[in-house]
Design a protein around this ligand. Structure first.
Ligand code: BG6
Length: 477
């Protein structure tokens, strides 16, 4: 296939992402400052690949200057990370941990002086463990208010320097793993709790948007607030009405459940009806719905990794099984699909274009960016050349193929403002730990976590500099 050259708009964001808990490690963390993930890891270290958890992570807490130098070397225009809520406060009411807050200050300043614009997320699964134990976590309305109080303190401290804010990263994920599929600690299957957490997080986003807009005059000009969602672009197996229905309902439960309240300020009627029918409607009142209505996000981050393919269910639902949206669908595996076998995710770059068109036509062409996209590969050391540099051509192909879809979308009027690669460095992730490596920068665990740029880092540096890249047929098999 002939190579094609793509131009990238001059102001298009080309950055990389990470989160606090996946990089920082526990250095300087007080024993009382466990997050949900720390608690889970401490209870169940054996379910984390090779026993690696958040304890040391990439040691960013101690090595952020070195890492920011690498960002500068690559030329990242933006870096997205989170503030670790479980570390930012001591009592989770009023008392700020000044040591941690000072560290965040230093990281933000170092990024800015290095020419890398910070993007800050308020929660990347880092809910304090004590709020889980005391109040049941995001099931509690009080926790929403504690989160808003935390957000206010963060805006006050860093609002003069940070232009891009996000409330949550993938707000649907923790409760889907905990309460819907019951594969994460404490393994409680409870679909109603799942939906309550979904609602409370949508409400928390709206409350933070309200606060942020109220404090905006003190914040730097042009600052905005959004949420990072992970809608799975859903394809029905066929055009037959029963497969179409399966895809529509999947989309309602897993995508529109956040897209609609965050961007349109209201839940879809059909979703409300389904929740009532299956007795999982969240506890809410008119005032809360009106807060959601009046405080929609300024922009949205979208994490895009794989498509979701569904078909109508072929089996009978067991009457004694609690309701799960899978009542309406079952997964469909497209024959011949390209796979990332390490992660078990289908590779389908077209999802970027399709999401771009959906946001254009169904969500008022809201400003958005690809907040995460990337390819996790196991045992990357086997791809090292003689100089010890990982030759990750598969990642270069992956990035190019997805960026191409973004460029096609922009040419067709999409309001897509950037691409953030997951991830800047290899890092730890829930259960997969350091198994699948995503970074532009390798973390050599066996060598005191030393850093080494991969081939993809040089590729990324070149496209950031030249604003141009080439694609040919996606070669990864
Ligand atoms: C994203 C999350 O969905 O997936 C990240 O926002 C996570 O936190 C990434 O690390 C990759 O996950 P995994 O399980 O493939 O390492």
């Amino acid at each position: 296939m002939k190579k094609q050259t793509w131009q990238i708009p001059g102001d298009f964001i080309l950055g990389a992402a990470a989160s606090a808990w996946q990089t920082e490690g526990w250095a300087g963390k007080r024993p009382s400052q466990n997050s949900y993930l720390d608690m889970w890891y401490k209870n169940d270290p054996h379910v984390w690949y090779n026993g690696y958890g958040p304890a040391v992570a990439t040691d960013f807490y101690n090595r952020y200057k070195e890492d920011i130098q690498h960002m500068k070397e690559i030329g990242l225009t933006h870096y997205r990370t989170s503030i670790n809520w479980s570390r930012f406060l001591i009592d989770y009411e009023t008392e700020v941990d000044e040591v941690y807050a000072g560290y965040i200050d230093a990281v933000i300043n170092e990024l800015i002086t290095s020419g890398v614009e910070p993007m800050i997320c308020l929660e990347h699964y880092e809910i304090p463990a004590v709020l889980m134990e005391k109040y049941g976590g995001w099931g509690s309305k009080h926790v929403i208010d504690l989160f808003a109080a935390y957000a206010e303190k963060v805006f006050e401290r860093y609002g003069d320097r940070v232009k891009y804010w996000f409330t949550f990263n993938e707000p649907i994920v923790p409760q889907t793993r905990i309460f819907l599929d019951a594969i994460r600690y404490p393994y409680e299957q409870n679909t109603k709790k799942w939906m309550q957490w979904n609602f409370n997080k949508a409400l928390a986003t709206a409350k933070c948007v309200r606060l942020f807009h109220a404090c905006k005059p003190e914040c730097r000009e042009g600052a905005k607030i959004g949420v990072i969602l992970n809608p799975e672009v859903t394809y029905a197996r066929s055009s037959a009405p029963h497969d179409q229905k399966a895809a529509r309902i999947y989309d309602l439960f897993f995508n529109r459940v956040f897209l609609d309240p965050s961007i349109k300020g209201a839940y879809p009627d059909e979703l409300m009806e389904l929740m009532a029918k299956h007795d999982i409607l969240f506890d809410h009142d008119e005032e809360e719905l009106s807060v959601i209505k009046r405080n929609t996000v300024d922009f949205v981050g979208v994490n895009l990794y794989y498509p979701k393919r569904v078909q109508a269910p072929s089996r009978q639902w067991n009457e004694s099984t609690p309701f799960h949206p899978a009542y309406y669908y079952e997964p469909f595996e497209l024959p011949g699909r390209k796979m990332n076998p390490f992660r078990g995710w289908e590779i389908c770059p077209r999802i970027v274009y399709d999401m771009a068109m959906r946001l254009k036509y169904e969500y008022g062409n809201i400003e958005w960016l690809i907040a995460e996209n990337g390819m996790g590969v196991e045992h990357e050391e086997r791809f090292k050349n003689e100089e010890g540099v990982i030759q990750d051509d598969y990642r270069i192909d992956f990035i190019s193929a997805h960026l191409r879809e973004a460029m096609k979308g922009i040419a067709d009027g999409a309001n897509c403002k950037g691409y953030m690669l997951w991830a800047f460095t290899d890092n730890v992730s829930p259960m997969n730990a350091f198994k699948n490596r995503y970074g532009l920068v390798e973390i050599r665990l066996e060598d005191n976590r030393s850093r080494a740029l991969k081939k993809s880092a040089c590729f990324y540096r070149d496209i950031i500099k030249n604003r141009r890249f080439e694609t040919e047929e996606f070669r990864y098999k």
